[in-house]
Design a protein around this ligand. Structure first.
Ligand SMILES: Nc1nc2c(ncn2[C@@H]2O[C@H](COP(=O)(O)OP(=O)(O)O)[C@@H](O)[C@H]2O)c(=O)[nH]1
Ligand SMILES: [Mg+2]
Ligand SMILES: [Zn+2]
Length: 333
């Protein structure tokens, strides 16, 4: 027993010495470049402390981060300094237009991707699409203040009955401001309008498992294997797996962030008023109820109920709002 414990302690000591040496080496690289000229770059992906940063001339660099500047994530625009060929140190994170986080077990949020400007919610006739899940994604987009559109994949499976069902369930979204594009990733059909919408944007794909997100990424990025290979080859990133959130530049313009982590993200802490802001067609009616603390359930003088009755708010959207509000209350209780 005594010998065993000693061995463990020795092991710990060795590890701590190694760790200190590693940290020292990192500090030295970081400090000796203080006089090098800085440049801007884009974080394409991260593997622990290792970043793949693309310089403005399109070359990949393996970078570490100077301490106390925060945690750069995929999509960040950063200031960095070269150290040796292909390597550098990130010295600052530039202002983010948006930050997508995912909740963790200890109720903190882990930043996943920065500077996303657009969410594409992928639905398909199979698996059966859920309006509720779609509305959750759309609320998330509104709260992040980013654009959102809906891509109906597997349109090759839609017969006239399927088309009628699609229109019945989802035909009201374009009027709210969410374009509905019919595509087929498998047969590469209908992609041109989507590709146009992706230009000039940094887009992330979300949606239920099985709707065809991976197929769509592959259709939009025919050279993805080469890109992943280049990222893996970027020194220090090790074997880059597709499980890491990664930014790809689309050949026709725009950027696509592929992140398994957000494919099923849910809304976190939020109150009812915040939730109402996530339903953007509600805006003209919010704050116009007779009672300032109106629950929009059956109160007299409720402006939202009136809007629904006048056909200004779709009943399904209103029902989903009330149901989501109930879930929020449930979380708190
Ligand atoms: N019929 C049809 N099937 C598709 C299409 N796109 C993807 N699929 C199939 O749907 C299944 C799930 O696709 P996948 O890309 O893995 O979905 P993900 O879970 O959202 O990434 C696979 O069997 C695909 O071949 C499409 O446009 N049409
Ligand atoms: Mg997939
Ligand atoms: Zn009300």
């Amino acid at each position: 027993m005594a010998r065993r414990r000693l061995t463990d302690r020795q092991q710990e000591r060795i590890e701590s010495i190694q760790k200190r040496r590693r940290q020292q080496a990192e500090r030295q690289t970081i400090e000796t470049v203080a006089d090098r000229e800085t440049q801007e770059g884009r974080v394409l992906t991260r593997h622990g402390k290792n970043l793949a940063v693309m310089s403005q001339d399109g070359v990949l660099h393996h970078c570490l981060t100077r301490q106390n500047i925060g945690e750069p994530v995929c999509g960040d625009r950063v200031v960095w300094q070269p150290t040796e060929p292909g390597q550098g140190v990130v010295t600052a994170i530039l202002d983010r237009v948006s930050l997508l986080s995912r909740p963790t077990f200890n109720s903190t949020e882990k930043p996943l991707a920065a500077n996303i400007t657009q969410l594409v919610v992928v639905i398909a006739p199979e698996p059966n699409p859920s309006q509720y899940l779609l509305d959750q994604y759309l609320v998330a987009a509104e709260l992040l203040r980013i654009r959102a559109l809906i891509a109906v994949n597997k349109s090759d499976l839609l017969d006239s009955r399927g088309l009628a069902e699609l229109d019945q369930g989802f035909g009201h979204y374009p009027a709210i401001g969410y374009p509905l594009l019919q595509i087929s990733a498998r047969f590469e059909r209908g992609l041109a309008p989507l590709i146009r919408e992706l230009r000039g944007q940094t887009t992330i794909l979300v949606g239920q498992s099985g709707v065809g997100k991976s197929s769509l990424v592959n259709a939009l990025l025919p050279n993805i294997d080469i890109l992943v290979g280049q990222l893996s080859a970027t020194s220090g990133l090790g074997t880059h797996t597709t499980s890491a959130t990664t930014l790809y530049r689309l050949p026709q313009g725009g950027e696509l962030i592929d992140s398994p982590g957000v494919r099923s993200f849910r809304l976190t802490r939020l109150d009812k008023a915040g939730l109402a802001r996530g339903f953007k067609e509600f805006l003209p009616f919010v704050g116009r109820c007779r009672f300032s603390n109106c629950g929009h359930n059956h109160e007299p003088g409720c402006a939202l109920i009136a809007a629904r009755e006048q056909g200004l708010v779709h009943p399904a959207r209103f029902a989903n709002f009330l149901h989501m509000a109930q879930q929020l209350r449930g979380d708190r209780g």
